[in-house]
Design a protein around this ligand. Structure first.
Ligand code: IDP
Ligand code: MG
Length: 149
């Protein structure tokens, strides 16, 4: 089972989309194994988005993602990284397909509601930024016998 880091960004929280987003993750069959709401610190945000440090949008991205509470999750399941990226949709919501979170709820790239890790390396790095090992739960969903062949 693969794990990925998912965030409902401050815009998603302020727009009342936490439940909608968690529902989409759960109904797909993915398992939430860690969950927290907090205001991400500036150092953690800069580390999280370090690959974009040289980009012109970096300061505004850090300011926004630390501007209010966000919801952080570790999500587990078969091909969880690829499946979560597909659930979220394209980075620029204008290009995001209807049925994706960004395609259904967003218009602006700087207010695209959700984050999900884009590779196994990024997932491991991002999970370690936001969660301790001891905060990640280990349990089976009762429907795993039906979800998986
Ligand atoms: P991702 O969130 O789909 O992985 P990335 O390219 O990793 O997309 O960019 C991280 C975040 O930075 C995006 O989700 C978006 O909020 C923001 N971002 C990316 N490109 C731009 C841009 O051109 N202008 C403003 N914000 C951007
Ligand atoms: Mg990214």
């Amino acid at each position: 089972m693969e794990q990925t880091y998912v965030m409902v960004k401050p815009d998603g929280v302020q727009r009342g989309l936490i439940g909608e987003i968690i529902s989409r993750i759960e109904r797909r069959g993915l398992k939430i194994v860690a969950l927290r709401m907090n205001v991400i610190s500036e150092p953690a945000a800069k580390e999280h988005y370090s690959e974009h440090a040289a980009r012109s949008f970096f300061p505004s991205l850090i300011e926004f993602v630390t501007s209010g509470p966000s919801v952080s999750m570790v999500v587990a399941g078969k091909d969880a990284i690829k499946v979560m990226r597909a659930i979220n949709g394209a980075t620029n919501p204008v290009d995001a397909a209807p049925g994706t979170i960004r395609g259904d709820f967003a218009l602006d790239v700087g207010r695209n509601v959700v984050h999900a890790s884009d590779s196994p390396e990024a997932a491991a790095r991002e999970i370690a930024i936001h969660f301790k090992d001891s905060e990640i739960g280990k349990y089976s969903r009762i429907d795993e016998v039906c979800l998986y062949e």
